[in-house]
Write a protein that binds this ligand. Structure first.
Ligand SMILES: Cc1cc2nc3c(=O)[nH]c(=O)nc-3n(C[C@H](O)[C@H](O)[C@H](O)COP(=O)(O)OP(=O)(O)OC[C@H]3O[C@@H](n4cnc5c(N)ncnc54)[C@H](O)[C@@H]3O)c2cc1C
Length: 308
């Protein structure tokens, strides 16, 4: 039988901007910190972020993550590539079960597991190429500036598509909403809201994506259309299953509920980044992570005053 795993001070699940920022803080609080990351950070998809403060000229998401990982390791955080399948236990002694069966124990846990965007039906190689070239974009708050005066398609339906198209309309008057399916998926009020700002809505299905000239083209019910950039507005999956498994409260959208110090409803369990309701941005994820890590540190110190 394997010896029980040593008890770390802090387990961080997720190695995106939130998880790595949390680990930099907890490691610098001299807490024994393990980061477990399955390697699918949304930040890794960013070809060049231009709205993240401190990087004039921009920085790629992969480079930013490399720098943050190195910074966490510099202060002795362990960063491991693995998936956490489940967490059990309670404040003072949580056990995380990794894919493959290994168990890790920690006194407190920060969940920074993020979200995944739902994608249009584009094959993986084209999806990667289109992201790199800015033909496909997922975050108008991040890069709406870059599509100023460009021809933009929003693939989506209902309130989500209207909201995204309206936001982008502040950058360009050439915005079209295209439904992912044959049904337009917009009620009369939504259609007139779009018409009022000069946005056309076209039924799908949106299929057969291809790079065409300098744009990304695809088939719609109105024939083939090509855009300088396409924003899918198809929603996302929130990775809050580990929190749910521990009985933590979630919002209607499945985000983890936290208090103003990033504590979940489960003692000893904290959350930060996109998995928590809020602005899905690197700066916000990092800010929440700093708060979560400091709260965790102070809660551990209060529970065990002999802590360094
Ligand atoms: C194309 C694109 C462009 C963007 N551009 C910008 C931009 O310019 N500026 C900006 O501020 N934001 C941008 N964003 C948003 C930004 O990427 C996110 O807000 C940010 O990555 C959130 O950080 P996070 O750490 O919360 O989540 P993520 O970065 O998604 O990291 C979550 C991590 O948790 C891991 N994980 C999940 N479940 C488990 C598990 N069970 N076990 C182990 N690991 C797990 C995942 O593999 C992942 O590595 C962009 C997003 C996209 C998709």
């Amino acid at each position: 039988m394997n010896a029980p795993a040593e008890l770390a001070d802090c387990l961080v699940v997720g190695g995106g901007p939130a998880g790595l920022a949390a680990a930099i803080y907890t490691a610098r609080f001299r807490l024994n910190t393990i980061v477990v990351d399955s390697g699918a950070s949304r930040a890794a998809l960013i070809p060049c972020t231009r709205n993240h403060a401190g990087f004039p000229g921009g920085i790629s998401g992969a480079e930013l993550l490399d720098r943050m990982r190195a910074q966490a390791i510099e202060f002795d955080a362990q960063v491991r590539r693995a998936r956490v399948m489940a967490i059990a236990g309670r404040a003072g002694d949580f056990t995380a079960r990794l894919e493959g069966g290994e168990a890790l124990r920690a006194r407190a846990v920060i969940l920074a597991t993020g979200v995944s965007n739902h994608r249009p039906e584009i094959d993986e190689a084209l999806h990667t190429l289109a992201l790199e070239r800015g033909l496909l974009r997922y975050c108008p708050v991040c890069d709406g500036f870059e599509v100023t005066d460009r021809k933009v398609g929003v693939i989506g339906q209902g309130a989500r598509a209207v909201k995204e198209a309206t936001f982008l309309r502040a950058y360009t008057d050439r915005v079209t909403v295209i439904a992912p399916t044959a049904d337009l998926g917009l009620d009369a009020a939504q259609r007139s809201a779009l018409a009022a700002i000069g946005v056309t809505a076209v039924a799908g299905p949106a299929t057969d994506f291809r790079v065409e000239g300098a744009g990304l083209g695809f088939q719609t019910a109105a024939g083939r259309m090509t855009f300088d950039s396409i924003y899918p507005a198809l929603g996302s999956t929130v990775h809050s299953d580990l929190a749910a498994g521990l009985g933590a409260d979630l919002t209607q959208d499945q985000c983890i509920k936290v208090d103003s110090h990033q504590r979940t409803s489960v003692p000893g369990l904290y959350a930060a980044g996109d998995v928590v309701i809020g602005l899905d941005q690197i700066s916000h994820a990092m800010g929440e992570a700093g708060v979560a890590a400091t709260t965790l540190r102070n809660d551990l110190a209060a529970a065990a005053p002999q802590l360094r």
